[in-house]
Design a protein around this ligand. Sequence first.
Ligand code: NAP
Length: 242
Amino acid sequence: MRTALVTGASRGIGEACARTLAAAGYRVILAARSREKLNAIAEELRTGGAETFAVEMDLSSTDSVSSAVSKAFKEFGRIDILVNNAGITKDGLAVRIKTDDWNSVMQTNLSGAFHAIQQVLPGMMKERWGRIINIASVVGEMGNAGQVNYAASKAGLIGLTKSLAQEVGSRNITVNAVSPGFIETEMTEHLSPELKEKMIAQTPVRRMGTAAEIAHAVKFLASDEASFITGHVLSVNGGIYM
Ligand code: NAP
């Protein structure tokens, strides 16, 4: 049975990916920092008949990533699909942004994703099958005032995706990015109603997306049907950027 590791699975898009992959018959490893939330989701999925494993992982620490991945390997013996979803924002105008806020965003969103990839790649190369799906952002493609750190981390993920796709394609491992637009989750919850309205007005489908809509794209890229797609950035953004 194919096994997927989803980072940032404790809520939002990551939780939706874990639920969607579990419903599609994959074994799912749920990783994030909030153990209790992970346990609750994993337990609920198990009750529904899925095989799941919850593991605490802090993407900003290399040691935490490697220890979590080795626990997951011990549990299921393999990781065939990695969904690099965990991400944070620490917004501010470039002149004022604190070095700590630059570093923590880069560490979690970009370095963390890379460390997770390094942990799972040897197994995928041995198996000669793998799917790496990085959750980027429309902001990494078009930029956004007040988000230089976040945009740089997501643009970095896109560069990583295309470079790694070239390295590992011959091993039957595909590497793609899903680039969400404006999605209803905790990350966007605190934005002002005015800003939300402005973003919706700029989105041709005239609404925010749902976490499930991102998860469906992830499920497709994880499937055998997507075997000839690699190095691609799949926009799931309601048309806000084309
Ligand atoms: P969210 O609701 O804030 O969830 C973020 C997830 O990342 C949580 O599960 C959180 O879990 C985890 N996380 C944060 N820091 C972590 C760390 N250091 N180590 C491990 N896990 C960590 O955000 P979301 O909207 O679902 O976003 C998911 C991804 O989609 C992110 O990469 C985000 O940049 C991207 N995205 C979102 C939107 C949007 O409009 N919502 C648009 C474009 C792209 P814990 O707190 O439990 O660790």
